[in-house]
Design a binder for this molecule. Structure first.
Ligand code: GLN
Length: 206
């Protein structure tokens, strides 16, 4: 079967895991970045997608809902071969090691992530964040954000908060501890759109 990941629009079709969390904001951001968002609620919805966004929300709830709907293994397989972008709870789901407390994950990002790491007083904040992305500092919206406490050698840091990575890339995997979909700056979604359009590893998935 021929799968046209652009379906004639010239825009990569990028899934947004639509179980819980800020799905609409990501869909909007993807449209603005030149991609076609596709809601993903069932394993079949992953077919033919150029990439997938796992939004923020509550990672424990996301895991439970994904398990209930038979999505955990399909998500693991997808993330093993295709571009995936996780924000906040999505970043927690991608990390290989999760602390505070420990929990299951898709395990595709070589990182240790600590949930709810900033304490009650600082748990939500909007900060100007220096970034390696061209175009100057990024506005970063943090909502009960996790902290990336450690990364493996293959992980590239694209932005930091107080010396901790907050935007990282490992090959086809992109993860942010903040919510770029809640700012008007589309650089992070454009980067992911380009990763998906480049089809990193997509050729291997049937
Ligand atoms: N604190 C949430 C969790 O641990 C993540 C918060 C978010 O996605 N905004 O899953």
């Amino acid at each position: 079967m021929v799968t046209d990941r652009n379906q004639g629009t010239g825009m990569p079709r990028i899934g947004v895991l639509a179980l819980q969390g800020d799905v609409e904001a990501h869909a909007w951001a993807l449209r603005e970045a030149g991609a076609e968002p596709v809601p993903v609620r069932l394993p079949a919805h992953l077919d033919g997608l150029a990439g997938l966004v796992i939004p923020g929300g509550e990672s424990t709830t996301l895991l439970k809902l994904a398990a209930r709907d038979g999505l955990l293994d399909p998500l693991r397989r997808f993330a093993g071969t295709r571009p995936v972008f996780g924000t906040c709870a999505g970043c927690i789901l991608l990390a290989r090691r999760v602390r505070h407390p420990e929990q299951d994950s898709l395990g595709v990002l070589d990182a240790t992530v600590e949930r709810n790491a900033y304490g009650r007083q600082n748990d939500s904040a909007i900060l100007e964040t220096p970034t390696a992305l061209p175009g100057g500092p990024l506005e970063a919206v943090y909502i009960r954000a996790p902290r990336i406490a450690g990364i493996g050698p293959g992980v590239e840091v694209l932005a930091e908060r107080d010396g901790d990575p907050v935007l990282v890339r490992q090959g086809r995997i992109l993860a942010a501890t903040f919510h770029p979909e809640l700012s008007s700056d589309r650089r992070v979604h454009r980067l992911f759109r380009d990763m998906a359009a480049a089809g990193t590893g997509a050729e291997r998935a049937a």
